[in-house]
Design a protein around this ligand. Sequence first.
Ligand code: F6R
Length: 615
Amino acid sequence: MCGIVGYIGHREAYSIILKGLRRLEYRGYDSAGVALYDGNDIKLSKTKGKVDDLASKVSQEITTEGSLGIGHTRWATHGEPNNVNSHPHYSNSGDLVIIHNGIIENYETIKQELKNRGYSFHSDTDTEVLINLIEDVKKNENVKLGKAVQIALNQVVGAYAIAVFDKNKANEIVVAKLGSPLAIGIGKEEFFIASDASPFLEYTKNAIYLEDEEMAVIRLHKGISVRKIKDDSLVDPYIQELQLNLEQIEKGGYEHFMLKEIYEQPSAIRDTYRGRLSIEQAIIKMSGVEDNMKRFLNADRIIIVACGTSWHAGLVAEYMFEDLARIPVEVEYASEFRYRNPVISENDIVIAISQSGETADTLAAIKLAKERGAFVFGVCNVVGSSIARESNAGAYTHAGPEIGVASTKAFTTQITVLMLIALRLARAKGTISSSEFRMHMLELDLIPEKVENALKSDAHIQLIADKFKDAKNCLYLGRGYNFPVALEGALKLKEISYIHAEGYPAAEMKHGPIALIDENMPIFVIATKKGHYEKIVSNIQEIKSRKGKIIAVVTQGDEVVKELADHVIEVPETIEPLTPLLTTIPLQLLSYHMAVLLGKNVDQPRNLAKSVTVE
Ligand code: F6R
């Protein structure tokens, strides 16, 4: 987590860094800071709070001249979020300064050794330990900054993306990466450093993404030299041309990124299946699947690993793969899977689902699966991300950048990719007929239009949100393909409005949660015509007789549930496996409006960050 930015060139570094930090705030926002070199000395300012708080502190505290600087927006791991623990951190001499995204696991031992050698520490952070280790190496071994960083990093265990500079040699920045992302933007006589490319998109489209265990010394007039941290070998870095544009990472007239991203779903879903699904030729083509078809067809089972919303997409996929392709599936929390000595065989396929492609637990889970001989297939949104690179093969979702911390379009595009895979395998295995295959493709092709239709209920949903925004607890119920949607609806509500919410398979209600129901309890029920409709109608009756408030997501034209529920929200009809793509939409909008009405920070909910790069 945490966002890092740096600049060295001919422009004023501060404004570039500040704007960059605002774009990276999704990665963490409990404190922020900058260190600038003004030609003589380092000017450093940092504070608990958001980037806006930093901007006002900077204006009172320091001058902002200088064309070299680094900045940080933090999601606290070691040390509570306060001014002292904020980054950047100085070394004891005050010559070196660092920003860090990640965790140094053995920092306590190193700290003790450094203390024994006379170093003192002001913060509780692992990062301050690292910068002093670098200083110690630099002095004792009498080496340049780059070499000192390299030697120090060979002594640490953990994860990092760091940027360091020395005020006595302020024409270079040293960066290094292991486990946390780091991009270097290459301009004309200027370089940018950032956790992702968004801070430098308007200046350059050329970027190097450092690989794990690589470091780079970036010198103003001499360029970049990239090396392997372990063996010092030189690397010829691959310079990518970025496909992103500025519009994609801006709000485009919406009040929040989350709302923009909810509304982007029709195009995001279309972009995800475009070029992969051809109705005329009656084929689905995904190179990651085609190239490994034998493996897929011979797989004993598929194990899906993911976290949070991506895990919910995995649960939907479990229904799809089993239902359509008749392949046994297990869906695992990556964090549990990696630590429980799972039984994995060479005939297993592990599908890792991750929007960011950087989630530490998912990454660790796939490394474990690979070690044990499984074939790993990644479903990621961020191109070139760690999980995408670590996987044996994969398929990207084409959702575009997702900046709102609450995942929306990532979820529906993940389901889209997983549906394409399930259908392709079902056809290859012959578990569905050619006419069923064609019917599924036709239905999928209609989904973007139907999502647009579902979005038309927005104003109605806002009124419902107003009625229930003061609830203290909410229940979400669904069955079959829509059970994971109930989980996802509850997660969306709790993470942005801080209202306690639980998702359940509707039939499980009788085994406990029904005790919670009274006239104050709003219960959101997914009750579309396809899939266990009669059963869910009975569940609604059970709630009604206990006076629960029912808000039902129903198929357009449904009259039965309308009679029973307090409120209904209609979505267009589709085939059962695709219903999650529609039923999710009103639940996303409901959470959004409830949080906005409660005055919550929708795009940056408390305690959360967009990519969870710590375990
Ligand atoms: C919820 C949310 C998180 C993520 C989870 C996994 O709205 O965004 O639960 O889904 O942290 O992240 P990725 O998909 O990046 O691995």
